[in-house]
Design a protein around this ligand. Structure first.
Ligand SMILES: [Zn+2]
Length: 672
């Protein structure tokens, strides 16, 4: 490859006198000024794996006094190389399905090339070539048009990453490059948080329900490769969220007030800016927008902190850096009308989406103390041990605690009837929507208890003292936050007919799957979406052993055949860890199915093969050891391979996982 010519001017970035004023910094980065334009000929810029050639006009772009990048119009071309063999097949697939970017494969390398007519590059820590002295304002209109188009991009503001780099990681390069031409494309180098570089196609999707949404530019990842780390490594987060302590007041008009204390701990290096995911706006089931508003953020002394919140991304600045491994408390006041009632039903849910400020999965590791107040006659549910449940004026209040580190705090409220039963020292609470269904509630509680008793000998003691089973007034899915199972209404009325039975894959199976998530998902955790099989495939396979016990070998063998067939149907264009990247703008349904078939079916099939290979005793020891060694920890596929080696007399399992998990091949089921 032709190396990019790096000319010598390093961007000069003096530290601002008001470094803690994140909002002012963001303001200047989000409203950059264009300098005078000059002609450029064969100008080459190289950033990590992308090389850009420019022929046309270019102008420096400033934030305040500082040059933070350049804008270009003319005839441009880029060449990007993905050198990670794990993503070769999915990168080729997405380049073809979601873009017109030219993709060529040679060995394990994918080369993406495209031309463009406009480019806006912003960076911190990357040397840029010095531009010739500019004299004209000719790019002003093009810059304005470019900025307008990219204002529809559904991505975090570029300034958030640039400010993080500037304040906390000046020696770690970051870049955001927007290309516009026949294709609209985004390149990002993030050596700080995700530790990846990526290229995404930005697409307008005409099937969206409103005109505003049809105008969105939605990113589809073509390539995302690790930077300065291996693909299979656990990515150490910039900081851990170790405790949340909140009061949420929910009103019948869908408005809410959330007051939350968060304890965060910087990892590795001192930090004075913290980046969180937090919804900015969500849409209800009739596509009406609902907003989250951050009213105020303060430190432990009540001093107001500077912040910026946009596009589901929140950045907060502190006056002084917090030393590594030192806990610090942040207090957030958030309000809005985000407690919408799906399909005008009588419930709302704050689920696994970021309804409070939270880091990525690898930083979510928190205990919970919660107080939830909902207007009478509604009832609220939050996970963990109930401290109190009582009326208070016009409100019903519930207070809960979880003392173990979890992810996915949820809260749910609505018109519910409760039934509660104690089995040994576990309280199982069944909440039936909009009416009492005593028989079903008792049955479901007993069913859950039986399944827990089936799991305990080989997965360990049930991890919580209380377990909520909550009916959702919809069909066909389950979900399992900590100490909670949401289950759709067919579980409460199993006689609803064959269709629902098929849709729900059988209530027993779904129930067993969701209960297994208390082990696979909460006791052991996934640290990234690339390790999601740790929760889904392991829960799926564990639940199949419940079904085997209930219905016998034939049913179990039938499940294995289905997994195998589905995995085959999903094709070999993506390995399990990259299934969440599957998008097909021409066939959303197929893309969704392929993802499901890889994550659940192929994942469970791999475990069935291992089970057969190892035999019952070793396999159950393997499952029990995963739960034991990784109790309340993150589990990676590398850890799984290492543990298998211990259980299976020293046999090296890394090649097996490279082929079938990180690779796209299917293993053979051992005979016999
Ligand atoms: Zn699941």
């Amino acid at each position: 490859m032709k190396r990019a010519l790096l000319l010598s001017l390093l961007l000069c970035l003096p530290i601002f006198a008001y470094a803690d004023d994140v909002a002012a910094l963001i303001e200047s980065y989000e409203n950059p000024a264009l300098g005078p334009a000059a002609k450029v000929t064969n100008l080459t810029i190289g950033v990590s794996n992308i090389t850009i050639e420019l022929n046309g006009s270019a102008a420096p772009v400033r934030a305040g006094k500082d040059v933070i990048g350049l804008f270009f119009a003319g005839t441009g071309k880029y060449t990007y190389r993905s050198t990670d063999p794990i993503e070769t097949s999915i990168a080729m697939f997405e380049a073809k399905k979601a873009s017109k970017i030219k993709a060529e494969k040679s060995g394990d390398t994918v080369v993406l090339t495209d031309t463009f007519s406009r480019m806006f590059l912003r960076t911190g820590g990357v040397q840029l070539p010095q531009l010739p002295e500019g004299t004209s304002q000719e790019l002003d209109a093009a810059f304005k048009a470019h900025r307008e188009n990219f204002s529809h991009a559904r991505v975090a503001p570029a300034s958030h990453l640039l400010i993080r780099q500037r304040l906390d990681k000046p020696s770690s390069p970051v870049a955001r490059i927007e290309f516009d031409g026949d294709e609209t494309t985004l390149y990002e180098l993030d050596s700080i948080e995700r530790k990846t570089e990526s290229i995404s196609s930005l697409l307008r999707i005409m099937e969206m329900p409103t005109n505003e949404m049809k105008n969105w530019l939605q990113p589809v990842v073509i390539s995302e490769q690790p930077v300065g780390r291996g693909r299979t490594d656990f990515v150490d987060p910039p900081f851990l969220l170790t405790a949340i302590d909140y009061t949420l007041i929910g009103n019948l008009d869908e408005t809410a007030k959330l007051s939350i204390d968060e304890t965060v701990v910087p990892r590795g290096t001192a930090q004075r800016s913290f980046h969180f995911n937090l919804n900015s706006r969500v849409w209800d089931t009739s596509a009406k927008p609902k907003d989250y508003h951050v009213d105020k953020i303060t430190d432990a002394n009540g001093k107001e902190l500077s912040f910026h919140h946009a596009e589901d991304s929140l950045i907060v600045g502190l006056p002084l850096a917090v030393p590594a491994n030192t806990p610090v408390k942040l207090h957030f006041e958030i309000s809005g009308n985000f407690l919408f009632h799906p399909n005008s039903d009588s419930f709302w849910q704050l689920g696994t989406e970021p309804w409070f400020p939270q880091p990525e999965l690898n930083g979510q590791y928190y205990t919970i103390h919660s107080v939830v107040k909902v207007h009478k006659p509604w009832t609220a549910f939050a996970p963990g041990t109930t401290v109190r449940r009582e009326p208070e004026g016009d409100y019903n209040v519930v207070e809960n605690r979880i003392e173990k580190p979890v992810q996915f705090a949820v809260v749910h409220a609505g018109k519910y009837a409760l039934s509660e039963e104690k089995h040994d020292d576990l309280t199982i609470r069944v909440a039936s929507y909009a009416g009492n269904n005593d028989r079903a509630m008792k049955q479901l509680g007993t069913l859950a208890w039986k399944m827990i008793k089936f799991y305990e000998p080989w997965l360990g003691p049930f991890p919580f003292k209380e377990f909520n089973i909550i009916e959702i007034h919809e069909l066909g899915y389950g979900q399992a936050p900590p100490a909670t199972m949401f289950i759709t209404k067919e579980a409460f009325n199993p006689t609803m007919g064959e269709d629902n039975q098929i849709f729900s894959r059988g209530i027993n199976h779904r129930f067993a799957h969701e209960i297994a998530h208390q082990y696979w998902g909460h006791v052991v955790k996934m640290g990234s979406s690339e390790e999601q099989w740790v929760t889904e495939a392991f829960a799926e396979y564990s639940s199949s052993l419940v079904i085997k016990k209930l219905k016998g070998d034939d049913t179990y063998n039938g499940m294995i055949s289905t997994w195998k067939a589905n995995a085959k149907d999903a094709g070999s264009y993506a390995p399990i860890p990259l299934c969440n990247r599957i998008r097909n703008p021409r066939d959303f349904r197929q893309a969704f199915l392929d993802r499901t078939f890889l994550l659940y079916d192929k994942g469970a099939y791999l475990l069935a093969v291992l089970h057969k290979q190892l035999g019952d005793q070793k396999f159950l020891t393997f499952m029990r050891s995963l739960q034991g060694f990784f109790e309340w920890k993150y589990l990676t596929t590398n850890d799984i391979a290492r543990l298998l080696q211990r259980v299976d007399d020293g046999r090296d399992y890394q090649p097996w996982f490279r082929q079938y998990y990180w690779g796209t091949e299917m293993p053979q089921m051992p005979k016999g």
